[in-house]
Design a protein around this ligand. Sequence first.
Ligand SMILES: *Cc1c(COP(=O)(O)O)cnc(C)c1O
Length: 462
Amino acid sequence: MKKNILKRSWAEPYKIKMVELLKVTSKQQRVKALKEAGFNTFLLRSEDVYIDLLTDSGTSAMSDRQWSAFMTGDEAYAGSKSYYALEQTIQEYYGYKYIVPTHQGRAAENILSQILIKKGDIVPGNMYFTTTRLHQELAGGQFKDIIIDEAHDPYNEHPFKGNIDLDKLDALVKKYGAKKIPYISIATNVNMAGGQPISMQNLKELRSYTKKNGIRIIHDMTRVAENAYFIQQREKGYANMSVKDIVLQICKLTDGATMSAKKDALVNIGGFMATNEWDIFEEARNLVVVYEGLHTYGGLAGRDMEAIAVGIKESVNDDHQKARIGQVEYLGNRMMNLGIPIVKPIGGHGVFIDAKAFLPHLSQDVFPAQTLAAELYVDSGVRTMERGIISAGRKANGQHHYPKLELVRLTIPRRVYTQAHMDVVAESTAIVYDKRHSIKGLEMIYEPKYLRFFQARFKKLT
Ligand SMILES: *Cc1c(COP(=O)(O)O)cnc(C)c1O
C-alpha cells in the first residue's frame, strides 16, 4: 500500500480579534530614518518599522483571557490578591516555593546576584546573556562560559546546543574550588546561542554533579516552555510528555530562577525571582523594596501580575508551542531555501543570520551584523538586531570581546505576525544577499559604557 506522504502543517490555535495598522514606508523615508538613528536599529522609531523583529521581549499579543484578567487586577499596595494568584500559578506550573515579583527579568537578576555573589566569585553558565552577566559582574563575580563547543559553531546541528560541558565545569571547580562558585547559571533555550535548548539528560547530569559538590543551579527560565517543546520533539523518552509536565520537571532540577515574563509568559511587562530557600527569599524581600516596590508587587501593577498568571498557563499549551516554534521554523526554512546562511538548528524564538558568512569580505571590526541589520531595514522596513561584537561589549582591559558568533537576530514576537509577513522577511534577506558584495561596514562614533548595543551610534564607511 502506498503511504500518504503529505505532512500535515501546523496552524495557529487562535484567531485574530483586533488588528493594529502598520505604516508602509518608502525606501527614501527609511534611508533618512536609519541615518537619524545612527545606523542602530534600536534607535529607530517603531512607527517607521513595518515588520518588527527586533525582539520577542514584551512584544507578544495577549489573549482575550489575559486582557480580561487585566480587569480583575487588585491594585492594593500591600497583600494584593493578584500577587497571591501569581504566586500560586508559579508554584503550580514551575514548582518553586518562594517568589518575588519584579518589573522585568534584569531586576530579578540584580537582586539575586547581589544576594548570592561575593567579590571574586566565579559564575559558570551556558553562554552569557547581556544583562545576566552584567549583574553578575556588578556584584563582583566573574562569568565563565561552560557551554559545549558545538554552541559556538553556527552550522553544527547538535540538537541540544544549550548543553553544559561538564568537563569544563569540573575544571573550574578544581581550579577555584566549589566555595568560590555560588551557583551555576543555566538558561533554558539559550538566547545568545540562537535559541538552542538544553536536554533533560544534561540537566540531570548537572544536577547530580552539583549535588555532590554542593553548588546551586539558578535557572534563567525566560524561555523554559520553548525549551520543553524541543525536549518533547527531540529527546528520547519525552514524545508523549506534555510541555507542561516537562517544564515542571526542568524547574524541579534547579534551586531557583529569574524570569523575564516578557518572553514565554506572553505579557508586555513583568518578571520575577524564585527560590526554594527561605534565607534567600527573606533577603530578596528586603532588597526588592529598595529597587522595585513592596514584595507583593515588585514594580508591577496588580493587573500585570494577573496577566502573567494567565500567560504562564497559555505558554505551556502544546498547540501554542507547536505554532510558535512552527512559525519560526517556517521562516528559517524559507531563508535556507533561498541560500541565506543561518544558524542551525533553527532556534526557538528567532532565526539568526550568520553575518560573517553573509558578508565574508567584512572584518569583525567593521561590525558585519550591525551593518546587515541596517541594510535589511533599508530594503524592506524589517527591523532586526545585532548579536555579535557590539552586543559582546568590551573586556576589563578595554579590548572588544570578539565572539565567534556574529549574528543578526530575526526575533519573532508570539502570536503577532502571519505567514505572509514571514514571506516578506525571507524575500528581503534574499534581495540583500544578492547585493552583498557592494555592502561596506560601519564605524562606531558613539559608545555608551554599559550594554552598548542599545544606544551606540554609527556612520557608514565609504
Ligand atoms: C530578556 C532576557 C533577560 C532579561 O529580561 P528583561 O525582562 O529584558 O529584563 C534575561 N535572560 C534572557 C535569556 C533573556 O532573554
